[in-house]
Design a binder for this molecule. Structure first.
Ligand SMILES: CC(C)(COP(=O)(O)OP(=O)(O)OC[C@H]1O[C@@H](n2cnc3c(N)ncnc32)[C@H](O)[C@@H]1OP(=O)(O)O)[C@@H](O)C(=O)NCCC(=O)NCCS
Length: 133
């Protein structure tokens, strides 16, 4: 979908606000070049849960360990600084790279929404995962 400049500006403002229930971080390589983003979303301070989101935007940076490393760091931040206890996520069923990574990091599948996402003309299942940190 095309995005207007106004919408883009609002999104940028929301991204840099780390005071609320979302904490987003930019992932940089060793030369400090941004390669992606990782964040904790919908933090619930009573139940001490949140969701995780991760994106390595630069294709040439994928498969080089940034995803795993940034998840480990943000999990440590969630546990030791925010005192959270569980992280949840959604992954589209056929996203093999992401599914393999989440399983490797100890996330367990707890359910599935069938035909939940419309992607490139097809409905895809959405897998729900969680990890106690
Ligand atoms: C999925 C994603 C976050 C992984 O990050 P990454 O930095 O590329 O992954 P890493 O190099 O840290 O590898 C972590 C693990 O992911 C899996 N993986 C990564 N790329 C893979 C690929 N092309 N095919 C299969 N598995 C892959 C592997 O299990 C890998 O561990 P291993 O190298 O020990 O086998 C990244 O590819 C990405 O941003 N994809 C697009 C957005 C997305 O799918 N986000 C997740 C939504 S839930």
């Amino acid at each position: 979908m095309p995005i207007s400049i106004d919408q883009q500006e609002k999104w940028m403002d929301s991204i840099i606000d780390t005071t609320g229930n979302n904490k987003r971080f930019i992932i940089c390589d060793n030369e400090n070049i941004p390669v992606g983003m990782v964040g904790l979303y919908n933090i619930n301070w009573i139940h001490r849960t949140c969701e995780i989101g991760l994106y390595i935007g630069n294709k040439s940076a994928q498969g080089r360990g940034y995803g795993k490393e940034s998840c480990r760091l943000i999990e440590q931040f969630a546990k030791e600084y925010l005192n959270l206890r569980k992280i949840k996520l959604n992954v589209v069923l056929d996203n093999e790279a992401a599914t393999r990574m989440w399983k490797f990091l100890g996330y367990e599948e707890v359910g599935k929404f069938r035909d939940e996402r419309f992607i490139k003309g097809e409905y895809k299942d959405l897998v729900l995962m969680e990890k106690f940190i």
